[in-house]
Design a protein around this ligand. Structure first.
Ligand code: PGA
Length: 251
């Protein structure tokens, strides 16, 4: 089954307006003519509109780094799917490990975010991943299964076209320690078999599963060569147009 590759850049809490416009414009130039893969940029909320403007003549997808489940209301500090769309975005990341670990977001909260975003037509990247202690304790698969089942609770098979899963081992994020291609492939195959158990083989075969955690120009090619790795969610290396450009143009 051939799935369309997706390379996503998560800018986290980086870039002012000027920096964001410069980076997005440089990436748009690199992406010109690349029509066999999807590229997604996830900048801070404050520059969503700027980035959307800079990439408007490309197929680049613009995503929020998180999103609320409600359309509007008394939710100080949150933004809604409608606001994301009005700013030119068409996707959102939910459940990033930094949201889970630093801001204490639970599987239930992540599920509400995902459900609301899907309902308003956003594509959603659901991030999952085990900590080092969980891996060393032999709990990797149990943790991932819980995050997938609870994260996707109530989501029917037909809605899965809007879902991308990102496997990001917490111990590999921002640490320079990438999972080996074998470790990543093993987990991706596990996630796909879990999706098959929940939704059936067709949907499992169609769902893109990205790897994230210290992806860089030096390791993208071997990761993308794995049968169940359909793309990457890139943090640090996405902030430099040249290195992200090399990742986008993986061979
Ligand atoms: P990193 O971040 O590439 O800097 O490890 C990945 C992520 O957190 O999405």
């Amino acid at each position: 089954m051939k799935r369309r590759p997706l390379i996503a850049g998560n800018w986290k809490m980086h870039t002012t307006t000027v920096e964001a416009r410069e980076l997005a414009t440089a990436i748009a130039v690199i992406c010109a003519g690349l029509d066999d893969r999807d590229v997604l940029l996830s900048p801070p909320y404050t520059v969503l509109r700027d980035v959307a403007e800079c990439v408007s003549r490309t197929g680049i997808i613009v995503a929020a780094q998180n999103v609320c489940w409600e359309e509007k209301g008394a939710y100080t500090g949150e933004i809604s799917p409608i606001m994301v769309r009005a700013a030119g975005g068409s996707a959102a990341i939910v459940g990033h490990s930094e949201r889970r670990q630093i801001f204490l977001e639970t599987d239930e909260l992540v599920n509400r975010r995902l459900t609301g975003a899907l309902a308003s037509g956003l594509m959603v990247i659901l991030c999952i991943g085990e900590t080092l202690a969980e891996r060393e304790g032999g709990d990797t698969f149990a943790v991932l299964e819980r995050q997938v089942r609870k994260g996707l609770a109530g989501i029917g098979g037909e809605a899965m076209v809007g879902v991308v899963i990102a496997y990001e081992p917490v111990w590999a994020i921002g640490t320079g320690k990438t999972a080996s291609k074998e470790q990543a492939q093993e987990v991706h195959a596990f996630i796909r078999s879990l999706l098959a158990a929940i939704y059936g083989k067709n949907i499992a075969d169609q769902t893109r599963i990205l790897y994230g955690g210290s992806v860089k120009p030096a390791n993208i090619d071997e990761l993308m060569a794995q049968p169940d790795i359909d793309g990457a969610l890139v943090g640090g290396a996405a902030l430099d147009a040249q290195s992200f450009g090399r990742i986008i143009t993986f061979r």
